[in-house]
Design a protein around this ligand. Structure first.
Ligand code: GTP
Length: 211
């Protein structure tokens, strides 16, 4: 967390395996819309100003790119950069849950071993695509168990069907990161920054796919 005059800067990395809905959740949060297919060939950081509990926050949301791309940051770099983490899996894809589990363990490990204190790391574990519960491969209880073992907050959501819940989840992680974050030094951050204009280009620049 970095404080610039009255603005508090919060950096949140949205992590998870390919196709779990990272971009869909971010786009839902930023634009209210669910976009079936999102064109993105590079990692990027979205910025949003938010007022929470009367305090102004400059949120930076990092959306990684699953494809190989130029200047791609490593997972370790992403973890060192962020104040908070939204780790996503797809409830209809067990392998994505195993990846999320590995990511959560890595965050805990790196934050324990590094300069950040363990209490600084704010992790939200999110089972996305709740609308696909007829194809469910990961029980809600499994997600809850992993979250409580690793001291994460747990959510099951659907980027396709939920808006308020998605906004609440992102608002809560900003609030928690702002209360719990202690690291004030500038850390190396993943390359790539994206404006709302670029986001809109991506949103409208690709054919939609029905879900
Ligand atoms: N049914 C359903 N489909 C979803 C949901 N969220 C995302 N999807 C679909 O899942 C696919 C992948 O979504 P993305 O947002 O591109 O996933 P991602 O994690 O950003 O993917 P990468 O950038 O490739 O890592 C797309 O076809 C989305 O339409 C959801 O809540 N429900």
């Amino acid at each position: 967390m970095t404080v610039f005059s009255s603005w508090i800067k919060i950096k949140v990395a949205v992590l998870g395996s390919e196709g779990v809905g990272k971009s869909a959740l971010i786009v839902r949060f930023l634009t209210r819309r669910f976009i079936g297919e999102y064109a993105s060939s590079s990692e990027c950081i979205y910025r949003k100003r938010m007022s929470i509990d009367g305090r102004q926050h400059n949120l930076e949301l990092y959306d990684p790119c699953s494809q190989p791309c130029e200047g791609k940051s490593t997972l370790n770099e992403q973890i060192h950069w962020a104040d908070g983490f939204v780790v996503i899996y797809d409830i209809s894809d067990r392998s994505s849950f195993l990846t999320a589990k590995a990511i959560v363990h890595l965050i805990r490990e790196l934050h324990l071993g590094g300069s950040k204190r363990d209490t600084d790391s704010v992790i939200f574990l999110v089972g996305n695509k709740q609308d696909l519960c007829h194809m469910r491969e990961v029980d809600r209880e499994e997600g809850q168990k992993l979250a409580s073992e690793c001291r994460c907050q747990f959510y099951e959501l659907s980027a396709a069907e939920h808006y308020q819940e998605v906004v609440l989840m992102f608002s809560k992680i900003v609030r928690n990161a702002s209360l719990g974050g202690k690291a004030k030094e500038r850390r190396r951050r993943p390359s790539g920054s994206k404006s709302m204009a670029k986001l809109i280009n991506n949103v409208f620049g690709k054919r939609r796919k029905s879900v």
